[in-house]
Design a protein around this ligand. Structure first.
Ligand SMILES: CC(C)(COP(=O)(O)OP(=O)(O)OC[C@H]1O[C@@H](n2cnc3c(N)ncnc32)[C@H](O)[C@@H]1OP(=O)(O)O)[C@@H](O)C(=O)NCCC(=O)NCCS
Length: 189
């Protein structure tokens, strides 16, 4: 698949390239990203270049679709669909994201991920998108809730990373779901 660019009211989403390696590497020095995601820690410039090369391969193979999120041409985050699994009755994928520390709290991730979700249901013909996070990642859970995800449960030691095994919060969004946010039965306020 050719990489697809998406546009929202404030943001441009496009596949990151070699020109974005320095910005990605700088952003991934943030301890909140290494705490809650599976990006390498410590994060080197080689990690950044390896990542953009992989993103190009993933797009070509159609297995993952990853975008850099840009506000005024400045990288404010990464959002992607992982483990894309087509199926005749509608496929499935998992949503993942991180935002640069300085850009957080401006609604960028909800705006960017909403565009990704709309595109995925329409163009990839997905029936379901999954979201998972380490238990306690309230900010990510609020983002998923704002996007309309429904909380589906806690899976013990379900998430693996260099940190070891973590309990995971799981949520899902179906193509047929109303995207209006609903309450989650875990404390997020
Ligand atoms: C999760 C993350 C991507 C959110 O990015 P963002 O651009 O700040 O998100 P938005 O501004 O679109 O806000 C999304 C929701 O998070 C809430 N939020 C943002 N910053 C917050 C903070 N510091 N504390 C609590 N909630 C916060 C917003 O209020 C909003 O929820 P609401 O609609 O219920 O009010 C960002 O915090 C991040 O990169 N965290 C570290 C990496 C990570 O955890 N990735 C996800 C792994 S599962």
């Amino acid at each position: 698949m050719e990489p697809v660019a998406l546009h929202t009211a404030r943001l441009e989403l496009r596949a990151p390239t070699a020109a974005d390696v320095d910005a990605i590497t700088a952003a991934c020095q943030d301890p909140e990203i290494s705490r809650w995601t599976t990006v390498p820690s410590p994060y080197s410039r080689d990690d950044g270049s390896g990542f953009v090369e992989l993103v190009a391969e993933w797009w070509a193979e159609g297995v993952e679709t990853v975008w850099g999120i840009f506000y005024d041409d400045v990288l404010v985050g990464i959002v992607g669909l992982h483990r894309i699994t087509p199926h005749p009755t509608g496929g499935a994928a998992e949503l993942g994201y991180w935002a640069t520390a300085e850009s957080r709290g401006n609604g960028y991730m909800v705006e960017a991920a909403r565009a990704v979700i709309e595109w995925a249901f329409a163009e990839l013909k997905l029936a379901r998108i999954t979201w998972r996070a380490v238990v306690g990642n309230v900010t990510s859970a609020r983002t998923a809730r704002a996007l309309g995800f429904r909380y589906e449960g806690l899976m013990r030691e379900a998430l693996t990373s260099a940190r070891g095994r973590d309990d995971g919060w799981h949520a899902g969004l179906l193509a047929s779901d109303d995207r209006t946010p609903v309450a989650w039965p875990i404390p997020l306020e």
